[in-house]
Design a protein around this ligand. Structure first.
Ligand code: 3PG
Length: 307
């Protein structure tokens, strides 16, 4: 029988697991669960006899792919697939997919929430600022960026965006101002919300040169990936600019040092929480299960990322 494993170090809400089970079992497949595991070897062991794998940010390394002798498909229930070793998947003829857009709203809401949290001095009883009337820059106008732009407008912010892969007319059509360069985005905006993927081009691409251009009182909000930040550059800006703030959903490697040195100006969620809502879990989890069934039954490769 076709065996589908859901391997989530950070588990889905129960409603999502129940929904995945229903889809998998109705297709005549069997569901296995590996949740809250703390050792990568547990994942390597658990994949030994599975045909399909659903993960979140769990690392699907070459070791995992090689250990999964029957594996045909792995679906990252989420957007960013930097946790999948695509070369290893392709080498073994394993189809890799993501579920774009399914958890975007949860991430966008967290980005806005973190902006307000920082504007209000992490809810300490001192006078803060409002986000209405401020300029927000959306760095990458994808599924999440678009929603942050929409909600920013709802809060009365002036919204700018930079995305070299999106037609300016599409951005303008949403009532958002496209800017011509990444430098212009950072030098214009009081808040920048990061939505770029982590890849060879973007890793460590956000550092001193860009951040030091931001206006007085600026805040960088990162719900994307920690790897896109040049942490030395970030540290230097925080050192030179007592007005500068950083809020992130993905703790920097040097987070403890940042929090100690720049008290009240750096915030990180204890664990990546952007997509951790019941709704996002259900949307992404069920989409992943449906994509597996569609691939195994009909060879449907929509959303394949290792074509
Ligand atoms: C994504 O890329 O979809 C988000 O970063 C969510 O990741 P998570 O499933 O690990 O919460």
């Amino acid at each position: 029988m076709t065996k589908v494993l859901v391997a989530t170090e950070k588990p889905f809400a129960k409603a999502a697991v129940d929904g995945i089970r229903k889809i998998v079992e109705e297709a005549g497949f069997e569901l296995a669960l590996l949740e809250k595991y703390t050792d990568h070897n547990d994942l390597i062991k658990a994949v030994a006899d599975v045909d399909a794998l659903i993960v979140r940010s769990d690392k699907v390394t070459k070791e995992v792919v090689d250990a999964a002798k029957n594996l045909k498909i792995v679906v990252r229930a989420g957007a960013g697939y930097d946790n999948l070793d695509l070369a290893a998947c392709s080498a073994k003829g394993v189809v890799a997919m993501n579920t774009p857009g399914q958890n975007s709203n949860a991430v966008a809401e967290l980005a806005i929430g973190m902006m307000i949290y920082m504007a209000r001095n992490q809810f300490q009883p001192v006078s803060g600022t409002e986000i209405a009337g401020k300029k927000i820059g959306i760095h990458a106008y994808g599924n999440v960026g678009k929603l942050v732009a929409k909600y920013g407008k709802g809060f009365g912010m002036e919204v700018f965006a930079f995305d070299p892969f999106v037609d300016k007319a599409v951005i303008e059509n949403d009532g958002v101002k496209p800017v011509g360069s990444i430098e212009e985005l950072y030098s214009t905006c009081d808040y920048v919300s990061l939505h770029i993927p982590a890849n060879e081009k973007t890793k460590k691409s956000i550092g001193y040169d860009l951040l030091s251009k931001m206006p007085q009182g600026a805040t960088l909000v990162n719900t994307a990936r920690k790897e896109v930040i040049d942490e030395d550059g970030l540290k230097k800006v925080l050192e030179e600019r007592p007005d500068f703030k950083y809020a992130t959903d993905i703790m920097a490697d040097c987070h403890a040092e940042l929090v100690e040195k720049f008290q009240g100006r750096v915030f990180a969620t204890p664990k990546k929480m952007g997509a951790q809502t019941k709704e996002a879990n259900v949307n992404a989890g069920l989409a992943a299960a449906r994509q597996i069934v569609a691939y195994i039954k009909n060879g449907d490769t929509t959303f394949q990322v290792n074509k």
